[in-house]
Design a protein around this ligand. Structure first.
Ligand SMILES: [Zn+2]
Length: 304
């Protein structure tokens, strides 16, 4: 083998292994925003922020959607390794359509605890992504995994910038903006919509992505049943299924736009804000960066 051929093959192998082992994508430091969304299960991040994620991705910003558990009890008919693998494949397909990267932690569904070990995992993930924006559930939620994702991300919210914790990964120089995704829970206080994004332009894209997670809606996930499946158009009727999904999400995402209409008007102005059909909403967590409205417009480059 000629030395030049040897070197080019060595360089190729080096580049390839660097790609595999590097926690940060090569497109790093390109001036684009870096957003990470944590959900408890492989579907939560896509449901809560899939539209806004698609809008960021369209502008070339880097988005990662993380599930903190593997979702292995999230079905009425199947469980364990096969379900975890199925759900990983589902979110990978959905995230590719959103334009986001996927990460699913191998922690059992229903068994997430706000432990020191898990806090350190979350600190690592936020730092490795070099996040500007971190989104998670609020720590008040019906599901223990959702609650503890909220607690874990809150616990990481200051620590990501502290140098001598998890010191194998460089601390973030600037504390990210930490946000909560919306929910309907009222105690100890209802979700406060600080930032509401119109997802009208990506609503179809979000539906196309969510369509790739049949275990959770067409089959009903952990709340499913034979009766539920019987009411949903079968897999052979793809158009029927998509129409069924659109009807549900039109209600849900349209409901969010109506619920947070005042905040939409605040960000988009009276005319545009009143016309928004579908929205995703976020609340600013007190523990991270506290941005002024001009900074929010930089981090959410969607407002007029
Ligand atoms: Zn969930």
């Amino acid at each position: 083998m000629k030395p030049t051929a040897f070197f080019s093959i060595t360089a190729l192998i080096f580049c390839f292994s660097a790609l595999l082992s590097s926690p940060v994508p090569a497109a790093d430091d390109d001036g684009k925003l870096r957003i990470i969304v944590f959900g408890a299960h492989p579907d939560d991040a896509q449901y809560k922020a899939g539209g806004t994620a698609a809008k960021w991705a369209k502008l070339g910003h880097h988005v990662k959607l993380v599930s903190v558990t593997n979702g292995d009890i999230g079905h009425w008919q199947m469980a364990g390794g096969p379900l975890a693998q199925r759900r990983l494949a589902e979110v990978k397909k959905a995230d590719a359509l959103i334009g986001a990267e996927t990460q699913v932690l191998d922690i059992h569904d229903g068994e997430l605890t706000p432990s020191l070990e898990n806090r350190q995992k979350i600190i690592h993930i936020i730092r490795e992504w070099r996040a500007d924006i971190v989104i998670a559930h609020r720590p008040w939620d019906y599901h223990p995994d959702h609650r503890y994702v909220g607690v874990l991300v809150q616990d990481a919210a200051y620590m990501v910038a502290v140098p001598f914790i998890c010191s194998d990964v460089p601390p973030l120089k600037k504390n990210p903006l930490f946000l909560y995704s919306s929910d309907g829970f009222k105690k100890p206080y209802p979700f406060q919509a600080d930032i509401v994004v119109s997802v009208d332009d990506v609503f179809d894209q979000k539906l196309t992505a969510i369509h790739e997670m049949p275990s959770q809606h067409y089959e009903g996930g952990a709340d499913g049943s034979e009766e539920h499946v019987a009411k949903v158009p079968p897999a052979s009727d793809e158009a029927g299924r998509k129409a069924w999904l659109r009807e549900r999400w039109t209600k849900h995402q349209g409901g969010e736009a109506n619920r947070f209409r005042d905040t939409l008007i605040k960000w988009y102005g009276a005319e545009k804000g009143a016309a928004v059909k579908f929205a995703e909403a976020f609340e600013i967590c007190e523990y991270g960066r506290q941005p002024k409205p001009e900074e929010i417009k930089v981090l959410f480059p969607f407002f007029p």
